[in-house]
Design a protein around this ligand. Sequence first.
Ligand SMILES: [Zn+2]
Length: 296
Amino acid sequence: MVKVKSKFSANDALTPNQLNHLIENAKDETDKFILTVLGRCGLRSGELLHMRRSWVHVDDDESKIRGNNYIEIPIQVNWWCRCEECQIQKFISVHLMRYKKKYKTKHANSEWFLKVQKKFYKLKKGMKIYTEQELMKYIKEHKLKQDIKELKKEKKKWYERWYIKKNIEFYKLKSLPELKRKWEPKSTAGAGKVPVDDETSIILKAFFEIHKSLGMKRRTLYNRVAKYGLKILPDKNIYPHMLRATRATILANSGMFTSVDLKTNLRWANISVADSYVQPDVTRMFDAFKKLNKKE
Ligand SMILES: [Zn+2]
C-alpha cells in the first residue's frame, strides 16, 4: 500500500481511538512521552525538542492558580541551544541581516531562504569536529616526522592548517558568529499555556523526573515516530505534525472550543488555520444566541 503524506496534515489526522491505541501501546517511556506531547497536548516538534522541566506545571503553585495542570511554552528560553534547527535559524538570521543591509530591503523571498538553507547544509557537511585522537591518528597515518610531543604543543596550529587543507568552507562557516541561539517559538503566538489532563500530567512528571529534555535531533524524532507508527498503525503514515493536527481535530470536534479557543490552545498565528478544523454549526450559533438573549 502506498502511503501519501497530505499537503494539509489535518487530512491525515487520526481518530481518537487510533490515537489512544498508538499511545497505550507504547512500552517505552520515551515513546509514550513523545506521542503524548504531540498527540494529547498538540505541541509542535520544535517545541517538543526544546521542552524543559520548567515548562511543565503539574501540581505546583502556578497550576493551582490556574486550577489545572498545564505546559507553558515560553517566549524565549534563557539557555543557548546548538541543535541543528537553532543553528540554521541563526545562520539565516545572520545572512538576512547582511542581505537587508546590502540591498536596503526589508524582505527576502522564499527562494532566497531556500538558497541560504542549502548553503547551510553544504557548509555543515564539511563541519566535522575532529577530536584530538583523530588528529593524532591523522598525523601518524601521514608519517609526519615531527616529534609527537612537539606536535601536541603545536596542536592548535596543526589543527588549523589541517582544516584549511581539508575544508576551506569550514572557515567560511567559522567566520560567522557562533551558531547558537536562544530558542524561540515559531511566532509570538507560539508561546502560551496548554492545559493538560491528569493522565498526561503523570506522563510528563515521570519523564522529567529522569530527563532534563528529550535531547534528540529533529530527524531522529521523525524517524522514531514513523518507525513506531508503522508497528502500531501499519496503514497510517505517522509523523509529528499529523499528531498535532489530530489534537486540533479532537478539540474542534468536541464542539466545546470556538475558533478563538483553538487558536489559543494550538497557538496559531492566524485564526484562519481554524477553518480547516471547525465546520460552521448553525445549531451551536443559535444556542449561543439564545444563551446571550436570556442573560440580557
Ligand atoms: Zn535548539
